[in-house]
Design a protein around this ligand. Structure first.
Ligand code: 5AD
Ligand code: SF4
Length: 421
């Protein structure tokens, strides 16, 4: 979402004469787009701001702005940092040209962090960086208020863009040469427009000529509709990949998290997805050490992960976020050592599962959308399989954005290796 928002910001700034430059040293303005979901995102940003201190001293005119969810959340607190002169939240990017101008001409500091119920930036064509994937935000904000999550406070109320605007943007991305779009929303299943539901939308996106792959993230397990499963199953260019955040495998913890499903319901849904979409790649998010989580309750999460055998998982330690329901209601009482111990056990489990699953694909032929040269392997290219796994193979004459048919020869827990046929 931040990558998408950064493209909107570039587009908002371009008509005012701002151009991207290669290094911080050359820049007159630096905008840092931030995340607030976990504590380590905060740490990274403060580290980056501290690194900019010498530049601030050297340069006569130098404006540093913090954008995104941290800006929304911390406001004045961020402005207190000696290098920061602007703090602008996710719904206020239209004010950027004026605020930057003011800051350059009169040295003023400024904050604009008012959440809006309507802003979707739908009239702004994002200035994307090159690549094969175009992110397309189909909605903004979130109304779910999962108790651990800061997003409803930093991105505000949920609002959907119109089907027509989204299709225009997808057509423009296709015309600009992007073969893949990824539709983005905090809960795509609650997308709603008078012209249709998310399932209607994704089918229309898949029908846009020259769009070779459609991905989406994320659906919420509480309301996964059947027609979406049918749409994925029926359309060859909708990738067979569902990212379904489980968060925890114990019903008491799921209740405290405000997730609105039980372990049984989640497992039933995962089975239904696998049944309807043969070969689907199923991935998830997990939080360990939510307040009051016991060892026994954690083991239930472990068991669900073992039984469901996700293709991959993002696993996080619970990180208390200011202002969330959990921070007001529960003490962050699982000791750091227990959180570490639990996350390590899940990492190990998932590594074993992902390795086994990837090894089972040795010998298969995968359709790989080529992204470019492989970073660490000279003369190799890298791309993604339909299910989203990284595939590396000796370079073909094909350019990024084309497909390669790759016979898999080796596998690790994260990567498949093979040769193009
Ligand atoms: N602590 C740890 N992980 C969190 N996530 C969201 N909020 C928190 C938090 N406070 C994780 C969830 C979500 C993913 C994007 O980030 O697993 O699905
Ligand atoms: Fe956060 Fe829950 Fe909304 Fe996802 S659905 S953004 S976890 S509140």
């Amino acid at each position: 979402m931040n990558e998408y928002d950064s493209a909107l910001v570039r587009s908002i700034l371009a008509p005012h004469g701002f151009q991207s430059c290669a290094s911080a040293q050359d820049a007159e303005v630096i905008l840092v787009n931030t995340c607030a979901v976990r504590e380590n995102a905060y740490r990274k940003i403060y580290g980056l701001l501290d690194k900019l201190r010498p530049l601030k001293k050297q340069k006569k005119s130098f404006v540093v702005g913090v954008l995104g969810c941290m800006a929304q959340n911390l406001k004045e607190e961020l402005l207190a940092h000696p290098v920061v002169s602007l703090v602008v939240g996710p719904d206020n990017y239209r004010s950027l040209p004026g605020l930057i101008e003011q800051s350059i001409t009169s040295g003023d500091c400024g904050i604009d962090a008012d959440l809006s119920e309507y802003e979707t930036y739908s009239d702004i064509a994002p200035a994307r960086v090159e690549g094969v994937n175009a992110w397309v935000a189909i909605m903004r904000g979130c109304d779910n208020f999962c108790t651990f999550c800061v997003v409803p406070y930093t991105r505000g109320r949920e609002r959907s863009r119109s089907v027509a605007d989204i299709l225009d943007e997808v057509r423009a991305a296709a015309a600009a040469g992007f073969p893949q779009v990824t539709l983005l929303g905090q809960n795509v299943n609650s997308y709603s427009d008078r012209d249709g539901s998310f399932a209607d939308l994704i089918v229309r996106v898949a029908d846009v000529p020259a769009i070779r792959r459609v991905r989406f993230t994320s659906p919420h397990p509480k309301d996964f509709p059947d027609d979406l499963l049918e749409a994925i199953a029926a359309h060859p260019n909708i990738c067979k990949h569902v990212h379904l955040p489980l968060q925890a495998g114990n019903d008491r913890i799921l209740g405290l998290m405000g997730r609105n499903y039980t372990r049984r319901e989640f497992v039933g849904l995962a089975e239904r997805i696998r049944d309807r979409i043969p070969g689907v790649s199923l991935t998830t998010d997990i939080i360990v050490g939510f307040p009051t989580e016991t060892e026994g309750e954690f083991l239930e999460t472990f068991k669900v992960m073992e039984n469901l055998a996700f293709d991959s998982a993002f696993i996080f330690k619970y990180s208390e976020r200011k202002g969330t329901i959990a921070s007001r209601k529960f003490a962050d009482d699982v000791p750091p050592d227990s959180k570490t111990d639990r996350i390590v056990r899940l990492f190990d489990l998932q590594k074993r599962i992902s390795s086994d699953k990837n090894r089972a694909r040795i010998g298969s032929l995968e359709a790989v959308l080529i992204e470019g040269p492989a970073e660490k392997k000279p003369d190799h290219q890298v791309g993604k399989s339909d299910g989203g796994t990284t595939v590396i193979f000796p370079a073909t004459p094909e350019a990024p954005g084309s497909f390669a048919r790759v016979r898999i020869r080796e596998a690790s827990s994260t990567t498949l290796y093979g040769e193009a046929m």
